[in-house]
Design a protein around this ligand. Structure first.
Ligand SMILES: Cc1cc2nc3c(=O)[nH]c(=O)nc-3n(C[C@H](O)[C@H](O)[C@H](O)COP(=O)(O)OP(=O)(O)OC[C@H]3O[C@@H](n4cnc5c(N)ncnc54)[C@H](O)[C@@H]3O)c2cc1C
Length: 390
């Protein structure tokens, strides 16, 4: 990262951190926090405040440029200091990854129509890839995709079922993946649309993302041909363009969340007594906090290493795979230890640590479960060794 880049990221990060701690944290008990995420009215209010504080979409610069991944890491970690921070500052999933993808692949017209309202935080988006497991659809293995798109004159007609679609309820921009004769393709669609029906919202362990996670039926959705994103058959390549930085930005935000959990656990352990001394003075507790500090530091180094790879122009697939596994597993350990340090309070909703733990758990599954990343790395290790032996 250049000196200029670093000082810009640090300046933005400082403003973001102040906003999250002074303003957003005050909303963490807001009654508009529903089981399926913050309500639209809460999101609007938080975003109005972010705009007023000059921290809306802070990783995208006023001239349309994007902070380096290294700079983004600094800023997104700060937005993660509250589970509501990414929603407020418009750095959350799936919008952040969708904006990145549109920035790389969308045409000038698509920029104007679909990307601009996302960057300003007036619109939300959803990414439609996963399909119901019970119906044999795409999950860990995207090649199992069943949703189809067929060209009909100047339109494409899409049919299929999707699940776990974060933010589909309330989104006005959708990116839908479907398979055509040429291979997987991506489409930009306006939402809501009667042909994209939300069948139900899933009751999941996490609760920070607006709109929750939806199961969706797509029936004869007609999409004008100029709303295809890029070229037919390139959908999986575009998914890869989106995935490496999107995985990494999850690492960044959840690192902020785990840092906050650690702060709260430290405060508890340094105030609460048991058996005549502070909890922190019991070796079992002190060690948990020390292990957290080590895990957080290692996770940050993995994030920065992967960010540097992306900033140097590499596709970062291997780095982001490794970072995603290392960071999601480390942050889960951190959050779990924070719960443990805080005893009963750690599992009760009297403390935000309970939610932070739930949020971090789901991260070991989406954007590639840990085992899928390890499996894919193992295949690369084997291939490299066999080609050496040949
Ligand atoms: C909170 C949340 C939000 C999500 N948001 C979105 C979204 O917005 N859009 C979207 O399209 N999808 C979304 N998803 C879906 C997510 O991408 C999938 O859950 C993920 O790809 C795994 O697919 P699956 O759930 O079908 O699990 P499965 O494919 O059924 O896999 C189950 C388990 O099998 C194991 N496994 C699978 N393959 C291998 C292998 N090769 N080696 C070893 N073990 C393996 C892993 O442990 C894995 O966890 C979201 C999921 C969650 C939990």
């Amino acid at each position: 990262m250049t000196y200029q880049d670093r000082s810009k990221a640090e300046e933005i990060g400082a403003r973001v951190e102040a906003f999250i701690r002074d303003v957003v944290a005050g909303y963490e008990r807001d009654p508009r926090l529903e089981d399926h995420g913050p309500s639209d009215s809460l999101v609007t209010e938080l975003r109005d405040k972010a705009r007023a504080a000059g921290v809306m979409t802070p990783h995208i610069l006023p001239d349309g440029g994007h902070l380096s991944q290294r700079g983004t890491a600094h800023v997104l970690q700060k937005t993660g200091l509250s589970p509501l921070g990414p929603v407020a500052c418009n750095t959350g999933a799936p919008d952040e990854g969708n904006m990145y993808l549109l920035g790389k692949v969308a045409s000038a017209d698509q920029h104007e129509r679909f990307l601009k309202p996302l960057i300003s935080g007036e619109a939300r988006s959803a990414f439609f890839m996963t399909e119901p497991a019970g119906e044999g659809g795409a999950g860990s293995d995207p090649s199992m995709m069943q949703t189809t798109c067929v060209q009909d004159g100047n339109h494409w007609v899409i049919n299929g079922r999707k699940t776990f679609i974060t933010g589909a309820k309330g989104a006005s921009v959708g990116i839908i993946m479907a398979k055509s004769e040429e291979g997987a393709s991506m489409f930009l669609v306006d939402l809501p649309d009667p042909a994209v029906k939300i069948d139900r919202l899933l009751d999941t362990i996490d609760s920070s993302m607006p709109g929750g996670h939806a199961e969706v039926s797509i029936e004869n959705l007609r999409v004008p041909a100029d709303q295809m994103l890029g070229n037919p058959g390139e959908g999986f390549r575009y998914a890869q363009i989106r995935l490496a930085p999107a995985r990494l930005s999850h690492c960044m935000r959840w690192h902020g969340v785990a840092t906050r959990a650690q702060e709260i656990a430290i405060e508890y352990a340094c105030k609460r007594q048991a058996f005549g001394k502070l909890l922190v003075d019991h070796e079992g507790v002190g060690f948990m906090l020390a292990e957290n500090k080590i895990d957080l530091q290692q996770a940050e180094l993995m994030i920065d290493w992967c960010a540097d790879a992306l900033d140097s122009g590499e596709n970062g697939n291997v780095e982001s795979s490794m970072a995603k596994v290392a960071v999601s597993e480390a942050l889960f350990r951190v959050a779990d230890r924070c719960v443990q340090v805080m005893g009963g309070l750690g599992v009760s909703r009297d403390s935000i640590v309970e939610q932070l733990f739930r949020e971090v758990r789901a991260f070991r599954i989406y954007d590639g479960p840990t085992e899928v990343h390890k499996w894919s790395l193992a295949k690369k290790i084997k291939k490299a060794e066999l080609s050496k032996q040949a």
